[in-house]
Design a protein around this ligand. Structure first.
Ligand SMILES: *Cc1c(COP(=O)(O)O)cnc(C)c1O
Length: 366
């Protein structure tokens, strides 16, 4: 072949693509999926919904996904007790794409996004792709955000975007509502958008206040959620966000690619929303499995970060890579992530959680 240097963007040369291992194992517990597949009734309803749209797939889908956005707004109104409208709601292919849209609209060259580490590993990629400067500030040892320091940084650096993840990934920790509100106020004063990534919010402990309660008072707040976790729909790719100000939706509409949400995706997501109550029952089971697993881990002498999500960060390990490998050798795939010495396990089915416990005991002897 003729020698040719691909004119790849300088900052992308040699960069590896993101991705956790996708291995065929007995207990996949590494990417925070919901371990329960759709029930037979839901699977049949989704198949029927796809069959209904199939004859008109020659046509482009509803560009604005009006029906889906209305159903999402109705769902979060019920889930959070905060009334929101379709006009405030945005939907895209996973909350990854929602975030990408937010970076396209509010980031860009000469603009700064800040967040608090350790946190979700995708954020720096959205920043890179959109030429947005990206800075992180360290969380405290207990993974809480140092709010006074955050407020000072926001006032000084004047970012256009501040990202807060609650419950945070990979720590599982929830952001105290009063802290979120103080940060929202600091962002408002500094002209910054505050994006609260609530991908795992349905798994929070009862009575925990979510960032939806900020929407009424703070026009700069966007809360993002996903159907990938609580709705057990990671394979369908549907994320959404609710903004205090409908002008946010107007600008997201400007940067999205035309017809970004397929008719198939819209039909599947609408069907899953009809089964929200059934799915919430599974979430309740996962929450009790999580609490039992966290208690077991601490009984075994591990440090466990308090989790409001469907995963648990635990440690400390001198050689976490070795423990990870010994678990994998027994068919249990978890995640090496977070600060050195910690491992993250996604809450599985009761059977998977039992496998994990047994494998960890065995790994400890090894
Ligand atoms: C899993 C996860 C998401 C969801 O991503 P999707 O694209 O909706 O699958 C978003 N944010 C965080 C922090 C996550 O861990």
């Amino acid at each position: 072949m003729t020698d040719f240097t691909l004119p790849i963007r300088d900052d992308l040369v040699g960069v590896q693509s993101y991705g956790a291992p996708q291995l065929d194992v007995a207990a996949p517990m590494n990417v925070n999926e919901n371990p329960f597949g759709p029930s037979p009734a839901l699977a049949a309803a989704m198949a029927a919904a796809v069959a209904r749209v199939a004859p008109s797939l020659n046509r482009y889908p509803d560009r604005d996904a009006d029906e889906l956005r209305a159903a999402l707004a109705a769902y979060v109104t019920r889930e959070t007790g905060v009334a929101v409208t379709a006009a405030q709601t945005w939907a895209a292919n996973g909350s990854n794409e929602v975030m990408h849209h937010i970076f396209l609209a509010f980031g860009g060259p000469g603009r700064l996004a800040i967040t608090f580490d350790p946190t979700y590993s995708m954020y720096p990629e959205y920043a890179r792709d959109t030429f947005t400067e990206y800075r992180t500030f360290a969380r405290r040892d207990d993974f809480t955000v140092d709010v006074d320091a955050a407020i000072a940084s926001i006032a000084e650096l004047r970012p256009s975007l501040v990202l807060l993840t609650s419950p945070n990934n990979p720590t599982g920790t929830f952001l105290d509502f009063a802290d979120a509100e103080r940060i929202a106020a600091a962002c408002l004063a500094a002209g910054a958008m505050l994006v609260v990534d609530e991908a795992y919010a349905e798994f929070r402990r009862a009575g925990t206040r979510t960032a939806f309660e900020l929407l009424a008072g703070y026009p700069n707040v966007i809360v993002s959620r996903t159907m990938s976790k609580a709705f057990a729909l990671a394979g369908a790719r549907l994320g959404y966000a609710v903004a205090a100000d409908t002008r946010v939706i107007d600008v997201l509409q400007v940067v999205r690619l035309p017809y970004h949400l397929s008719a198939v995706t819209q039909a599947v997501a609408l069907t899953a929303l009809e089964f929200a109550d059934e799915l919430q029952a599974q979430v309740d089971l996962l929450r009790s499995e999580r609490d039992a697993l966290a208690a077991w881990l601490s009984d075994q002498g591990y440090v466990v970060a308090p989790s409001d999500a469907n995963f648990i960060l635990f440690g400390m390990f001198d050689d976490r890579a070795a423990v990870w490998q010994r678990l994998l050798d027994q068919g249990v795939l978890i995640r090496q992530t977070g600060p050195a010495g910690w491992l993250r396990v996604s809450v599985g089915t009761p059977e998977e959680n039992a496998m994990f416990r047994q494998a960890l005991l065995t790994a400890r002897e090894g």
